[in-house]
Write a protein of this length. Structure first.
Length: 211
């Protein structure tokens, strides 16, 4: 990896793009800036996410004050007829780590699976950043969304440099937005790199959206 490319990724990691609604939490200088869309999906889906993270003994990323230089990203897939599953990528003073949350009903800590990328952590992170994992807008900011009750929704959370943000895309494979295609590619990369079998290990079939 070139030095210039690595520096670009580090800069993007430390300075996340703003979204629709922001706030702060925490005492004094340790305040965590929250960038959370004022959208119906956020209130609905985070009820599910918060319940699942509590069952697995995971911290609430929205209230985590991570040490300087540390960051964490989470991808959640589901919120439809199938059980929720997800990925967690974390970097701290101990180094990189990853978890896969399998699609099972009411998962616990024992269900979590440690994962490592085939191409290495640095290369994986570069690919994810290049796809916009840290900078994509929330779908509520885009126009012409196609709705399908049978599909999956994708929620991404990031926490770095005392900034937390989240965004969501429902049925990204049905949407015409370029941003939606990046979301499906982020998912595909994670499934592929971590060797997890599933629909997202194959390139998504893009269907034309209707407005």
């Amino acid at each position: 990896m070139s030095l210039l490319k690595l520096l670009l990724v580090l800069v993007m990691t430390l300075f996340l793009c703003p979204a629709a609604v922001s706030g702060e939490t925490g005492p004094g200088s340790a305040k965590l800036k929250l960038i959370v869309p004022d959208a119906n999906w956020e209130r609905l889906y985070f009820g599910v996410i918060n319940n699942q993270t509590a069952n697995m003994g995971l911290p609430d990323l929205r209230s985590e004050h991570l040490p300087k230089g540390s960051f964490e990203a989470r991808l959640w897939i589901g919120f439809g007829t199938r059980p929720l599953q997800g990925f967690i990528i974390k970097k701290d003073k101990e180094g990189w780590s990853g978890l896969h949350i399998p699609p099972v009903n009411s998962p616990t800590k024992d269900d979590l699976k440690d994962v490592s990328p085939k191409s290495g952590w640095e290369k994986l992170w570069v690919r994810l950043v290049e796809e916009g994992m840290l900078s994509l807008p929330d779908s509520s900011e885009l126009k012409g969304e196609v709705f399908d009750l049978d599909g999956d929704s994708y929620v991404i959370e990031t926490n770095a440099d005392n900034i937390y943000r989240t965004y969501q895309y429902s049925n990204p494979e049905l949407q015409s937005w370029p941003e939606a295609k990046h979301v499906t590619e982020i998912s595909r990369i994670l499934f592929e790199e971590f060797g997890i079998e599933g629909e997202s290990t194959r390139p998504a079939k893009q269907e034309p959206a209707t407005r």
